[in-house]
Write a protein that binds this ligand. Structure first.
Ligand code: 8IG
Length: 266
């Protein structure tokens, strides 16, 4: 028997997800990155929580502060699919594993996806705990989730409409270009100098590959970074994962509030 394609595997995961949650179709997916977990509780009523390892094609979560669960959440008349963790490129499971959640969400019916992450910020005014809208990205992984001569267009990848809705909700929100490094190490100060030189404002280890797969699937994409630390070399202190988790706890209400107000307008 031949192996299922990544798209078949996502369809299988979506079918199993529907069985386990009792929800046939979901409307909007959210992927919660580092620091975003405390905001999850505010989204709505969790009607089911599934271990991703019970779905075809997923493997266990690898990072402290990431829990390998996906929730079905009822928010008004919308059904949300909330991933409490993601597979990162640095785990070495391949790009198909990184975007499997996105493809599963698309197969489950989601027409839009909110991709969140924790990252380093390059603007001094972005103190830890500041959410920033992703306006565009630079993918420095050298990888793509696409196969063959599939020339997917990436202009307006991050929905201008949804960014405008976010700024209507919170006019103090800034925007920035997100740069994905392979990780898992943080950047050197010299690499952050390069990020600045190539037009980046946010440095992280996720999101761009997922956004590409989401665009391929035809989803509308909202990307929001939580700046959990000043980028390497900017604060004079070393980078620390505990700082990341603390910034999330401190900013949870603001981010939860933003998400609960933007999701109904997707
Ligand atoms: I949270 O400063 C978090 N994730 N690459 N750089 C990179 N990833 C991150 C950072 C950071 N902070």
């Amino acid at each position: 028997m031949t192996e299922p394609s990544p798209y078949d595997l996502a369809q299988q995961a979506a079918t199993r997800l529907a069985e386990l949650t009792g929800v046939d179709r979901h409307d909007v997916a959210l992927v919660l990155g580092s620091g975003w977990l405390p905001a999850a509780e505010m989204l709505g009523e969790t009607t089911a929580e599934v271990d991703v390892t019970d779905l075809p094609g997923f493997s266990a979560a690898a990072v402290v502060g990431h829990s390998g669960k996906v929730r079905s959440v009822r928010a008004g008349d919308q059904r949300l699919l909330v991933f409490l963790s993601r597979t990162h490129y640095y785990e070495g499971r391949g790009v198909a594993a990184v975007v499997h959640g996105v493809r599963t969400a698309a197969a489950a019916g989601c027409r839009a996806i909110v991709l969140t992450n924790g990252c380093g910020g390059l603007k001094e005014t972005w103190t830890p705990g500041t959410p920033v809208l992703i306006s565009d990205h630079i993918n420095l992984t050298g990888a793509s989730p696409l196969y063959g001569a599939n020339f997917v267009d990436l202009t307006d990848l991050y929905s201008a409409r949804l960014r405008a809705v976010c700024r209507e909700i919170d006019p103090t929100l800034d925007e920035g270009v997100y740069v994905q490094f392979p990780g898992p190490h943080y950047e050197t100060p010299a690499e952050i100098g390069m990020v600045r030189a190539i037009g980046g404002h946010l440095a992280g280890m996720s999101t761009t590959l997922e956004a590409i797969a989401a665009r391929e699937a035809g989803m509308e994409i909202l990307g929001i970074s939580l700046v959990t630390n000043l980028a390497a070399g900017m604060s004079g202190a070393p980078l620390d994962h505990a700082e990341v988790l603390e910034a999330g706890r401190a900013a949870a209400t603001r981010m939860g509030d933003l998400l609960t107000r933007v999701v109904p307008r997707i």
